[in-house]
Design a binder for this molecule. Sequence first.
Ligand code: PAF
Length: 282
Amino acid sequence: MKIISDIQDLRDQLRGQNRAVFIPTMGNLHEGHLSLMRLARQHGDPVIASIFVNRLQFGPNEDFDKYPRTFEADVEKLEKEGVYVLFAPTEKDLYPEPQEYRVEPPQNLGKILEGEFRPGFFEGVCTVVLKLFSCVQPKVAVFGKKDYQQLMVIRQMCRQLALPVDIVPAETIRAEDGLALSSRNGYLSAEERSEAVQLIQTLKEIQEKVLQGKLTSADILKIEKDACAKLNARGWVPDYISVRKRNDLLSANDADLSSNQPLVVLAAAKLGKTRLIDNLEI
Ligand code: PAF
């Protein structure tokens, strides 16, 4: 595997490749990331990964400084997965001057859910993903459904800006007890780690209630409120637990509910100092 940090070197290395498949990451790779690499192989060749902890998508009080950086272990894992090139730019390589041109997603998608609680997050994500796409010029890119809203924001960015990149979604990989794998799980104490499973349990309970059918939008609001209260009573601080339509991530009205629009329930909640997100399609 070639490890390249310079944009021009990357372009030289990838010249003539027109089926490249790309997996952008922020490193600290776990089985979830590795499953993206394996899925990528089915969609193109060669497989290109990137590791870059993108300052633009972190708020001033978020975990940019303490975000786990495990470069050597990551390289070993990517080598085993047969990745052809790892693009690992430094901040100077990717942002040699202040990044003043930014991509701002539309309010109705970019400022809800994660966008409401992490102002500037999706602007930071879209800006870096567009820039990484411009460096790698992949035919296909793979994103995990664990970051459900991110996947949708990036898909729409590609569509609206006519970027010639197919976005492939990958299923969430979970630990045996159901907790979605995430680099941030490493922040949890042993006690928090056993409590963390309550997040997906709560989503499963909501999924079950919604699937029983014949609910109004008022019923859904009550289910969401009760779920927040339940987690709260166990010591969590939920940002949101929300049932949304899969196609636009807006709330479902009574007509949507009675016409069985595909739904997804999304949640973000803090357990101690760790903020976890998860979602479940209904
Ligand atoms: O999902 C992530 O790890 C990041 O948001 C991404 C897509 C690599 C952009 O920095």
